[in-house]
Ligand binder design. Structure first.
Ligand SMILES: C[S@@+](CC[C@H](N)C(=O)[O-])C[C@H]1O[C@@H](n2cnc3c(N)ncnc32)[C@H](O)[C@@H]1O
Length: 368
């Protein structure tokens, strides 16, 4: 037995055949936990991580007991992670019966699913009354629909939190017909929600604008350490990840402009047809009914976004100005306050939720 292995012991990942096993292995490697991978069949997935894969027969094979005992006698196995329910249950009984000094890691995959689902439904029911409040008496998303949106959202890396997304879900039935615009999409967390809601409420097509470029992403009003985070990104992953994340919700009513907001605006102002990711044309009306501004948060950039894009709002449109309350700068806050003062007479409703400022403009007054 290797001395280095002997201390805290190692975690046996068995069967190490699926994504869940690979995720556990990767996380264990990051926290310095020793691991041993074993399976009854070869797995390219585990090989892709560079880890060795030992052979253990199936739990139903006659030689399983001998092979397993030989493994734990030659290796310091102290924990067992099993991503397959039948193996988990079998191994739990096996360990108890043979009084092995091995602990099962976590719950069985089935019990984990049950728990995760209950947590999701709890999260959705906590938000449901707020969704209803924002809908101002109109029919709104059901508990199942809110949970469905949250579930998909949790698969997409992003910076929009539950409260803000609940408010967006809530106001959606009140949005008049027109184009839905998003400035700053990152990997598509809020874009997915907008895409789903635009379809659900028949609002109109979605245009997202994000250059996914280092130069545009730097926010010079923020601290140096915050600015340095930009260098952690591989921008080609951002754009590819965005398109991957949007695939399941593509209804042929979404186009993306990989441009800085100002250049995107110039394109949108002069033409109303853009290609969808599948190269089909998407036709816009040129009248914006909902705009989510979540691009570069420097004062000058937010000002530029508002000065241009808000000229094309349709009466009754909604503006969501993200990070109005923000720890890393006050660009959105200053511009939001300026808007609340300058356009006071045009504003029907405003509130702050999940750090974003929501403004609904009057339906009767022409947007300026
Ligand atoms: C805060 S993230 C957006 C988060 C996203 N809405 C979400 O829900 O996860 C900001 C995004 O703005 C983009 N961005 C930076 N400068 C921009 C600009 N001038 N025009 C449009 N997007 C910009 C960045 O590339 C980044 O993806």
């Amino acid at each position: 037995m290797d001395n280095a292995d002997a201390g805290a012991g190692a975690t046996l990942i068995f069967p190490a055949v699926d994504q869940s096993a690979l995720d556990y292995l990767t996380a264990a490697q990051h926290r310095g936990e020793k691991t041993i991978c074993a399976a009854s069949v070869k797995s390219d997935l585990i090989a892709s991580n560079g880890a060795d894969l030992l052979h253990l027969p199936s739990i139903y094979a006659e030689d399983f007991i001998d092979c397993f005992m030989a493994l734990v006698q030659s290796r310091p196995v102290r924990r067992l992670y099993s991503p397959v329910s039948s193996v988990y249950d079998f191994m739990q009984r096996f360990i108890n019966t043979h009084r092995l000094n091995i602990e099962m890691v976590g719950q069985s995959p089935i019990r984990q699913q049950v728990q995760q689902h209950r947590q999701l439904m709890g999260r959705a029911s906590r938000l449901l009354s707020f969704v209803g409040l924002c809908a101002a008496g109109l029919p709104h998303l059901s508990l199942i629909e809110v949970a469905g949106v949250l579930r998909q959202v949790s698969l997409i890396y992003g910076e929009s939190n539950d409260d803000k997304l609940a408010a967006i879900m809530g106001i959606a039935p009140t949005v008049v017909a027109g184009d839905v615009i998003e400035i700053g999409s990152l990997m598509g967390r809020s874009a997915f929600v907008l895409s789903y809601l635009a379809m659900k409420y028949n609002i109109g097509p979605l245009l997202t604008v994000d250059p996914w470029g280092r130069d545009q992403a730097i926010q010079t009003d923020s601290t140096q350490s915050f600015q340095a985070l930009v260098d952690d990104w591989d921008f080609s992953v951002l754009s590819e990840g965005f398109y991957v994340n949007m695939v399941p919700f593509n209804r042929g009513q979404h186009a993306h402009l990989q441009l800085p907001s100002i250049d995107g605006f110039k394109e949108y102002a002069k033409q109303h047809s853009f290609s969808s990711p599948s190269a089909e044309p998407v036709n816009f009306s040129g009248r914006i009914s909902l705009i989510h501004i979540d691009g570069n948060h420097d004062f000058a950039r937010v000002q530029e976004d508002c000065v241009h894009w808000l000229t094309l709002l349709t009466p009754g449109a909604w503006l969501i100005l993200d990070d109005y309350i923000w720890a890393h700068g006050d660009g959105p806050y200053r511009i939001g306050n300026q808007l609340l003062i300058d356009r006071a007479e045009d504003i029907a409703l405003s509130f702050v939720c999940g750090k974003a400022l929501f403004i609904q403009f009057n339906n009767s007054v022409d947007a300026k």
